[in-house]
Design a protein around this ligand. Structure first.
Ligand code: AGP
Length: 586
């Protein structure tokens, strides 16, 4: 996800655009930039880093303009570099664009434009937009050239474009959000409402396929014909608006998981297959991570075993020093980390590199240290995760690991279609009526002291992750363990009414139900999560069978349960006590 904004009007556009980007930084923060029209010329200032870092590096003190566009980036195509930062311009620097989304056919467009003499400065997909408009303006005006460009690109986009004349600003959207803000002294076109909420609460939500042209007035086209769109008024304040309709980032990010899986599938097949080949070539693979990322590693080892018939070693990053002496230059360490800044994980990969081993990382934050220190990177594209708890980044990691396992088995397309089938179902799992149903369980559990969670096979790491979600956000003690471990000690903990969550699947239903019966026999309150209800369950959450993708769908109801327990206990789910979003110290 990236944040884009443009302003045209009677005020100085530069501070309005920069302030707008500041309110969009939750959408991405690995590079930023601005383009402004000054005396018939386009001035572009951009660099890598967070917003404040960038605009302290580049000099914008004398940048005054009535038209400007800006961008804060969440890298999808192309590394985090100054050249790849937006805005992007055409060859002559007379057209500037900012873009949020993925242009799927950019390689062929780029080749065609290069054959016509266009010179590209970046490795991004977005830059083709500026050159397509430039090509169109050889025979058309700015608006018509923009409309012609829209017809040529395939993929998801929210675009804002200006040119050196500074007479109009144009925006368009498909599958990426774009809104228009209407203030007394001008117009905004932006990814989201927070960007201009300090200036106006009057907003038009554009539809997919809309093109909006703003100069002295605003005209919206759909399929080339002018259309009317309602002007809404926003009731939120800026902070609230960043969460959209959600009260907390945690629920917003849980609800984004269908899109996150969609974006994980849109990975570059080339990168997936390349990394799968590295895994195949290596002698000894280690998955390392911490917390939720470790649970993804553990889950990944089960998926690799089942789908690719491959054994991988798994260890907490902070325990990795106990294994470093096994490493050789043929070893491969795969580090999993949302933030890419976890000190233990960084230390593990540095130790691995010191032994000559290769390091590949699965990371969400593109500009992170882990990305810079890895030999190869698989970006999760999950968008910024603001809540301290990892939710969407966990299911995104599982999706990426599943694709890797299928690629190793030579069945990548099959893996992608399996994940694609989940997308609609995950919308259902994160819907209001699922949340209302789970809230009934949260009401029952909100005052308990302990919650135990069991699962077998793929559901064992899910049990560990479920316990971590519940304990770190509601402060209720929760412990996950393998169903088979019950009689080896844990069952001593069960008393009358002890709540136990039991994950089931088609494959291990018989064994895990007998574990549930043993718990029930000692008075436990049994909550079943899986494809089929059973008389042993006192509460049942149905989650459709998804085989090795059970790990993705079955965790979602417990993420929601954890969130609701925190709310019912009067806690802030986004900022749990004693925790930080990224543990950058050992
Ligand atoms: C999980 O909800 C926690 N936020 C924490 O365990 C986290 O997963 C862990 O600190 C690893 O963080 P990383 O993925 O950024 O490396």
């Amino acid at each position: 996800m990236c944040g884009i904004i443009g302003y045209i009007g009677s005020k100085n556009a530069v501070p309005l655009v920069i302030n707008g980007l500041r309110n969009l930084e939750y959408r991405g923060y690995d590079s930023a930039g601005i383009a402004a029209v000054v005396d018939g010329k386009l001035i572009v200032k951009k660099d890598v880093g967070k917003l404040d870092e960038v605009f302290s590096k580049v000099d914008i003190s004398n940048l005054k303009s009535n038209v400007a566009i800006g961008h804060t980036r969440w890298a999808t195509h192309g590394k985090v570099t100054k050249e790849n930062a937006h805005p992007h311009t055409d060859c002559k620097g007379e057209i500037a664009i900012v873009h949020n989304g993925i242009i799927e056919n950019y390689q062929e467009l780029k080749k065609e434009l290069e054959s016509k003499g266009h010179i590209f400065r970046s490795e991004t997909d977005s830059e083709v937009i500026a050159h397509l408009i430039e090509e169109g303006m050889k025979t058309k005006n700015f608006v018509d050239a923009f409309n012609e460009m829209i017809k040529k690109i395939v993929g998801s986009y929210a675009i804002v474009a200006i040119n050196k004349d500074g007479k109009e600003m144009i925006g368009a959207r498909k599958d990426s959000p774009l809104v228009v803000g209407i203030s007394e002294d001008g117009y905004f076109i932006a990814s989201d409402v927070p960007s201009f909420l300090d200036e106006t609460k009057k907003v038009i939500y554009l539809y997919d396929g809309d093109v909006v042209v703003v100069n002295k007035k605003i005209v919206i086209y759909h399929d080339g014909k002018p259309v009317e769109r309602d002007i809404d008024s926003i009731e939120w304040d800026a902070e609230q608006a960043k969460k959209g309709v959600f009260k907390h980032f945690m629920l917003k990010e849980i609800s984004e998981q269908a899109d996150v899986i969609k974006r994980a599938i849109m990975q570059d097949d080339k990168i997936i297959n390349e990394i799968a080949n590295e895994i195949k070539k290596s002698k000894g693979v280690f998955f390392v991570g911490c917390g939720t990322a470790y649970h993804a590693c553990l889950e990944g080892s089960y998926i690799f075993s089942k789908v690719a018939n491959m054994h991988v070693n798994v260890t907490y990053a902070h325990e990795f020093p106990n294994y470093v002496h096994f490493l050789t230059p043929e070893s491969l360490v795969i580090a999993v980390s949302q933030s890419g800044e976890t000190a233990d994980t960084l230390e593990a990969i540095r130790a691995a590199k010191a032994k000559g081993a290769k390091v590949i990382s699965i990371v969400n934050v593109a500009g992170s240290t882990l990305v810079r220190e890895s030999d190869k990177v698989l970006l999760q594209h999950a968008g910024p995760e603001i809540c301290v708890l990892s939710t969407k980044s966990y299911t995104s990691q599982l999706a990426v690991l599943t694709l890797l396992a299928y690629s190793l088995a030579g069945r990548l397309e099959e893996g992608k279609s399996k994940l694609k089938e989940l997308i609609r179902y995950i919308y259902y799992l994160t819907s209001r009526n699922t949340r209302d149903y789970i809230r009934k369980l949260a009401e029952k559990l909100k005052d308990v002291k302990d919650i135990y969670i069991i699962g077998r096979d793929l559901q064992y790491p899910t049990a560990l992750e479920a316990a971590l979600k519940i304990k770190e956000v509601s402060y209720i003690h929760a412990e996950g363990f393998a169903g088979g471990e019950l009689k080896h000690g844990n069952i001593a903990l069960i008393e009358e009414g002890t709540p136990c969550i039991v994950f089931t699947s088609k494959e291990n239903e018989k064994e895990i139900i007998s574990n549930a019966a043993e718990l029930k026999a000692r008075g436990a309150y049994i909550i079943g999560v899986g494809p089929r209800n059973n008389e042993v369950f006192d509460f049942f959450i149905k989650v459709r069978e998804a085989e090795e993708a059970n790990s993705i769908v079955q965790i979602i109801p417990i993420q929601i349960l954890a969130y609701q327990l925190a709310i019912l206990r009067g806690l802030d789910p986004d900022k749990p006590r004693n925790l930080a979003k990224s543990v950058t110290v050992k």
